[in-house]
Design a protein around this ligand. Structure first.
Ligand SMILES: [Zn+2]
Length: 223
């Protein structure tokens, strides 16, 4: 039986790390809407060209185009066989309904919807203290992971910097947008009984253990 998951969580919560662990250990295909957009645009497919037109005008890519791109990926064989973990889609209730329809046509349903939850203060602390190496990309933290010499990377001596995305005002705005857009979608899945809330304040392995323990429970219920 393949497992089909959707991941939700605020910025900096490590959704990418969880998707990578689920891929390594359960062979689930990580599907991120951002990656799919990039691939379609690079390959200059009809969908990619359509998306480009909106992006160039600074407009949001319409639901129809986004949904069609996701549907195309979800219908591919590797995804059918081994399942998937979705990140960045669905972003709206309309998209969540469309996802249900796509899967229904394939005789599938979602196994679980995972919401990795971390209080805003914790997200702010994690992100606002981050410094990245300009040369090798290693990430440091002002309180939790200091470099040995101030402002310099331990690995390559490169200078460290704070990303524009990690400025406190930007983080607060990203969190506000996250809550505003995600909460209605979370409610949608709460009503359908698929939602699993996971505590994301500990390490990646602890978060992973919570995600998987519930999955095993669900899978044994089914079999
Ligand atoms: Zn470095």
């Amino acid at each position: 039986m393949s497992t089909r998951l959707v991941l939700f969580g605020p910025p900096g919560v490590g959704k990418g790390t969880q998707a990578a662990l689920l891929q390594q250990r359960l062979r689930l295909n990580p599907i991120s809407s951002g990656d799919i957009f990039r691939k379609e645009i690079e390959a200059e497919t009809d969908l990619g060209r359509m998306a480009t037109r909106y992006i160039e005008r600074g407009e949001l890519v319409p639901n129809g185009v986004t949904i069609e791109m996701m549907a195309k990926r979800l219908r591919q064989d590797d995804v059918r066989q081994h399942g998937f973990v979705l990140d960045g889609f669905p972003r709206t209730v309309k998209q969540a309904e469309a996802l249900d329809e796509i899967l229904l046509k394939m005789d599938f349903g979602l196994t679980k919807v995972i919401s990795i939850e971390v209080p805003d203060e914790v997200v702010l602390h994690r992100l606002a203290g981050r410094m990245g190496c300009t040369k090798c990309g290693e990430i440091y933290h002002r309180e939790d992971k200091l470099p040995k010499r101030e402002g310099l990377c331990d690995k390559c001596n490169g200078p460290l910097f704070v990303r524009a995305d990690d400025q406190p005002d930007t983080i607060m705005e990203r969190l506000r947008v996250f809550h505003e857009t995600t909460e209605p979608v979370i409610d949608y899945y709460l009503k359908s009984g698929l939602l699993q809330r996971v505590n994301g304040t500990m390490g990646p392995e602890e978060t992973y253990a919570q995600i998987v323990s519930d999955l095993i429970h669900v899978m044994s219920e089914v079999s």
